[in-house]
Design a protein around this ligand. Structure first.
Ligand SMILES: [Zn+2]
Length: 205
């Protein structure tokens, strides 16, 4: 119960609720898709419940889950993709928040490309560790699966190659981004979704 007390008093629930509202407003969470989490401590995260309407979440929609994916203090079911979130927190103890959305741009790009190379944009500076537009970021695209263990294993195998890019795509599905905390993860989400939209427009030209 200690961890549940933490989610209610940490402000993280409110942060996740606001993030869901923001992402839904941007059109990134159609049909209740997407999921959002933040680290509570070394062994627990707060994560949105399965099926929660992301634009209208309340504190009851934010669940405490341990890194094995088990819910603590609620009968609600966590997001279907909880085990991919927990895998990321286990891969890197410095990750404080993980965000996943289904935008038109990230869905179409991930379906059509083998990998996504983004180069030359000023907005690349929105990603931590990128001081200039004179660079490129290559995001991996993993094949989609309904089995989160398969997806988590694929991510873990290549983790060292792309961990400092703070994001990846899942084919025909969406993107995952992360950061040291919710504001940093949200900044990465904003920057990447802008870049995805630009790339989609560029490919049309
Ligand atoms: Zn999804």
């Amino acid at each position: 119960m200690l961890a549940e007390t933490t989610v209610k008093t940490s402000g993280l629930a409110q942060g996740l609720i606001e993030l869901g509202r923001y992402a839904a407003t941007r059109g990134w969470c159609p049909a209740n898709g997407g999921n959002f989490s933040a680290r509570l401590d070394q062994a627990h995260i707060a994560i949105s419940a399965s099926g929660a309407e992301k634009g209208h979440m309340s504190a009851e929609d934010i669940l405490t889950v341990n890194l094995q994916g088990q819910v603590i203090g609620s009968t609600r079911k966590p997001s279907d993709e909880t085990l991919l979130h927990t895998a990321l927190y286990q891969l890197d103890p410095s990750i404080g928040a993980v965000l996943h959305v289904h935008s038109v741009a990230n869905t179409v790009l991930s379906l059509e490309l083998d990998e996504l190379v983004i180069a030359g944009y000023e907005m690349l500076k929105g990603i931590k560790g990128q001081p200039t537009h004179e660079t490129s970021i290559c995001l991996p695209i993993f094949n989609n699966s309904q089995d989160m263990k398969i997806l988590a294993e694929a991510v873990a195998e290549q983790w060292e190659d792309f961990k400092n890019r703070y994001g990846f795509l899942v084919r025909g599905h969406g993107c995952y981004v992360w950061g040291a905390n919710l504001p940093e993860a949200r900044k990465h989400l904003d920057a990447y979704e802008f870049l995805f939209a630009c790339e989609l427009e560029r490919l049309k030209i």
